[in-house]
Write a protein of this length. Structure first.
Length: 367
């Protein structure tokens, strides 16, 4: 038998975007009856749990793009949140490195664009820093970003989930939404043995967001999944800041970088290759390709002490067949569908941007 439930607002997808949205919505509108529905047995187990965990400083994205704006404000929101709730994090800074002099002009241009786009306190590395870095990477020239950092994503998600629930939101795992249908009073969501009617519907379903919007007859977007693999090492490499090469063309990825986790663990990755399916296995060929990229840029990494870590998939999107390079964050006014909000294509820097995306959606509501 199908149970029927009526709610004011439903957030579909329990990743960082869905949870931040549920939290902000409940904070601003405590009178609403809100649920967040997650397909899987855990919150934050998909893309949110499969990334570099870097809090980005808005360096790579075109000025005034959503990625640029949300990243800049989202960064400080995370540092405030992490300090307030004692979530392990490091404002360790990052170097972006031109590996050889032929890349110097690209680094100069990145510096100018990033500074113009609002990335704060960027500077070129001094000679003494280049000397230190030259034992770690192939280097001609580098930029230092002091406000880039890392956060313990699993702890952040645990805290966010707890806070969201403490604001009265029902957080329901193992609740897969099959379809969204428009109704007179809002939306009808179909799940196994359950039908939910809701006035507000937030599609924050990550890699599955496009499938879900198709059930509402929104058909202009298609998926372009780009997978990335990480490896880890137990070698003590002495990195004090994150180390990045120049980004890949058209920002397919930021380049295979070294990330220090708040507990000191070092990981390298991710590489970037297109896939058709959501599958997190690490094939030998992808691991070896990654290892080669690591050896190409980093010095002194002992291959025998490295091993595969995990993989993640970037939810890139095509809009009417063309790559849409920005986040796709839409409110009811954008789509002319009263009560419907959606976030698709939330690739990097989506983790960093989560609170700002949530504020943007929630601030568009006039109840
Ligand atoms: C390799 C990689 C590295 C990255 N590195 C960084 C980084 O360093 N810094 C940064 O800021 N960003 C980074 N990102 C981006 C960041 O991870 C994402 O932007 C962010 O996690 C997206 O969160 P989300 O909530 O949209 O998606 P998800 O975390 O995927 O959450 C969506 C959730 O919806 C659920 N769901 C799907 N369909 C349904 C349904 N029908 N019903 C119910 N639930 C459903 C899924 O199970 C999932 O839990 C990286 C991404 C990748 C892939």
């Amino acid at each position: 038998m199908t149970e029927k439930v009526e709610l004011d607002a439903v957030i579909i997808g329990g990743g960082v975007i869905g949870l931040a949205t549920a939290f902000k919505l409940a904070q601003k509108f405590p009178e609403l009856d809100i649920a967040i529905l997650e397909s899987g047995p855990y919150f934050g187990d998909q893309t949110t749990g499969r990334n570099s965990g870097v809090l980005h400083a808005g360096i790579y994205y075109p000025k005034n793009s959503l990625k640029n704006r949300f990243c800049l404000t989202g960064l400080e929101a995370w540092y405030d949140f992490a300090s307030k709730y004692k979530i392990p994090h490091l404002r360790c800074g990052k170097y972006i490195v031109a590996g050889e002099s032929s890349e110097d002009h690209l680094l100069d241009s990145l510096f100018e664009k990033a500074t113009d786009a609002g990335a704060r306190d960027l500077r070129f590395a001094e000679n003494s820093e280049i000397e230190t870095l030259s034992s770690q990477v192939h280097i001609s020239k580098a930029i230092f970003s002091p406000h880039t950092g890392v956060i313990d994503v699993a702890q952040a998600m645990k805290t966010l989930l707890k806070l969201t629930e403490s604001h009265g939101v029902s957080a329901m795992k193992n609740h897969h939404v099959r379809s969204i249908e428009k109704s007179d009073s809002g939306f009808l969501l179909s799940l196994e043995n359950l039908e939910i009617s809701t006035k507000l519907c937030f599609n924050c379903a990550g890699l599955r967001g496009i499938d879900l919007r198709k059930t509402l007859s929104l058909t202009n977007l298609e998926n372009l999944f780009v997978k990335g693999v990480y490896l880890t090492t137990n070698q003590k490499l002495g990195y004090k800041s994150l180390l990045y090469p120049m980004p890949l063309e058209k920002l397919k990825g930021l380049g295979v970088h070294a990330t220090i986790e708040p507990d000191g663990k070092i990981k390298f990755g991710p590489n970037a290759f297109e896939v058709d399916q959501i599958n997190y296995n690490i094939e030998d060929k992808d691991y070896f390709e990654l290892m080669n990229s690591v050896k190409f840029f980093f010095k002194g990494v002992d291959e025998s002490r490295c091993h595969p870590d995990f993989s993640g998939i970037r939810p890139k999107i095509l809009d009417n067949g063309a790559l849409h390079p920005d986040f796709w964050v839409k409110t009811p006014a954008d789509l002319n569908i009263e009560g419907y909000f959606e976030c698709c294509g939330i690739e990097s820097p989506g983790l960093t941007s989560a609170f700002s995306i949530a504020d943007y959606l929630v601030d568009s509501i006039n109840v």
